[in-house]
Design a protein around this ligand. Sequence first.
Ligand SMILES: Cc1ncc(C[n+]2csc(CCOP(=O)(O)OP(=O)(O)O)c2C)c(N)n1
Length: 582
Amino acid sequence: MGGQRSVNGGERIARVMQSHGVKFLFTLCGGHISPILKGAKDLGIRVVDVRHEATAVFAADAVARITGIPGVAAGTAGPGGTNTNTAGENAQLAQSPVVILGGAAATMLQGRGALQDIDQMALFKPHVKRARAVKRVRDLAPAIQEAFHVAQSGVPGPVFVECPVDLLYDDKVIREWYEAAAPKATGLSNRVMRAYLNRHVRRLFAGVEGAALQAEEVTVPAPSSQVIERAARRISSARRPLLIVGSQALVNARDAAATAKAIERIGMPVYLSGMARGLLGPSHPLHRRHQRRKAMHDADLVLLAGVPSDFRLDYGRHVRRRAYLISANRSRIDLNRNRRPDIGAIADAGLFLRGLAGAPGMDADARWDEWKETLLARDTEREAEIDRTAARSGEFINPVSLFRSIDARLPDNSVIVADGGDFVGTASYIVKPRKPLCWLDPGVFGTLGCGAGFALGASLCRPDHEIWTVFGDGSVGYALAEFDTFVRHRIPVITVVGNDGSWAQIAREQVKMLNDDVGTVLARSNYHQVAMALGGHGVLLKHSDQIHAALEEARGATGNGSPVLVNAWLDKTDFREGSLSI
Ligand SMILES: Cc1ncc(C[n+]2csc(CCOP(=O)(O)OP(=O)(O)O)c2C)c(N)n1
């Protein structure tokens, strides 16, 4: 190599990550992936080591959602890969651009009974947007570059790249390794085997070049001007139009502010869901928060911006048959799911809204006033009802009152992470995200256990924000070990656990239908002590008169970089209002 230091596979991968603006690599270590971690660290990418591979992918997912740049997670061969799979599928259904790097047995040993060797392609293919196994060193960097591009293009999603261990270490080490594995004895079959191994190694390293690959331009699917004009005309003549904005409208995180401006100009009353929550701030005059179903039923035109007609819209039945349906979606399948829109654009929903805002007739101020007033009155009425519920006192904590208190003290710079059942459902109709991209929930896969990873990713991307993570006492079980991660990496998240001694969302229906709570009962455990044992701060909150002090103690404790767990004992009352994932 003419005295030049050869660049190993781990560093090749890291260089591509670096050229794509990756700041963090989330991982749980394994011998198969060590060179990737080392390569990343050497290039200044922060390696964040967690306690479960699913957490690594959830954290990468949060980074992707918040920054618009794909998040990256690495898991070791075999069980490291299987452990990432649930979070990978969650990213797939949430359409989040994540790159998952998987270790693998040496190319020569695959399928021969090596440690942790399974058919990872078969495992991943159904659950990610693209899965690719790399077989030669020279293909590593292009494969990672392609992964970033595929993850972000069209309908975003996770991409898995399998990186066998013999592509990652220094070529000298690998050559020696193959040399040592070759039979030493003479004889024809041994000579044949040696020749075979030599050829294999030559192939592994053939044609390797040193260049790092730059990020490729990602084309954002744009709507045609005709479709925009048709939609604008229909909207102008509608009497009770309604806009529903979903996560997909925020795929290009950097355009959030421009999309918010467009929504203001269009002037339709709007409901925000998923990652779009907070898009218009905590209290915008166009933003309605309650009784969406009723509003959809009353609307004569509904515009779905990045929202499929899935279970959350009762498979399209929330929109009346006679109402006019306009939909913009990057996915053709989601665009037509269950109900074909009258006007459909296979396009980025944010771009569609921005296009619409520039169309003629979209700037009239005093449109639809009566309709807006009607919806506002419903919101006001519902808020008064929530206030009445918040005022009810019982033996322990009233979750409605707790979330009213949390909401009242949320600073502008705050992110809310939601992971759980009923308790989190209550949070979703009370707590108001202050800004765009400051609310994270699993999305349509509804995966319990996303919270710790989401909080980790959010905190790293937004170190100047307060990160509030809301768990049930069931879902927090997945997260507790990550308090160790939070402490080691100085991640000052505030975790609020709604402790009702139950997997309540399941228990509720199960008891009603089967008259049995089997499998749904939990102890009112001392979760705050787990946080303390791992080096964090713990607060036990049992009575309403302690709410203020407990929340202030929690906020204060984060000042020194400490994570906090508030263990809130709940009254067992049903405070739900629909499902979380609206
Ligand atoms: C990984 C996973 N396992 C199981 C479920 C099913 N599930 C949905 S809600 C829920 C109960 C959540 O209980 P908890 O976190 O205590 O919140 P609560 O409803 O009690 O407020 C369960 C088990 C799921 N969504 N995801």
